[in-house]
Design a protein around this ligand. Sequence first.
Ligand code: TMP
Length: 206
Amino acid sequence: MRGVLITFEGVEGSGKSTQMARLQRSLKRQGYRVEQTAEPDGTALGQAVRRLFEQPRIHPTPLGEVFLFMAARQQHVTEKIRPWLRRGRVVLCDRYTDATLAYQGYGRGVDHDLVRELNLRATGGVLPDLTLLFDLAPAAGLRRIRGRRYDHFERETLAFHRRVRRGYLEILRAEPKRVRLIAAARPVEAVAGDVATVVEEFLRGA
Ligand code: TMP
């Protein structure tokens, strides 16, 4: 089987990371060779980018945010994602190109075409084969993660998170074949059932 890239997207608290870990275990049991990774944390450079956002004296501009995530992405594709795909792996990635369009494009107002163009450059055309969009009202997502220390984006206003959600839904409308909606405001087991159905059907056709 050729390698496939499956990305997990959604607002804060949508449960995508939990679902990704479950899916990885289940695919491995079925004999798939699976790799699991995340943005921006997938490389040491990406981890440094995440830490930059947590420094109290550093306030990147919206376009600066785009460049930082793109630097992490280019490193990630080069060091990990492309080599895995060449080896025929199923690569599961927690956030990727759509996150920059949703957060920096729709959330912060950076020009959408510019984000799309930079995504193409940063990835060298390594784009997701399938994207699972975990959709949930942002207020419900933020309630779910209450109690953990909020990071830079989690501290943003509810209006910001609503723009991000709208952005993701626009991306879904534009690319309904690649992006599949997963209704995330349900118990973990029910969501996991939908994820398994969508992914297994996709992999059978891959
Ligand atoms: P996480 O909370 O899923 O670990 O993602 C890290 C944070 O970074 C999350 O708040 C979304 C944000 N982010 C962007 O704003 N743009 C991006 O391109 C990526 C990859 C993440």
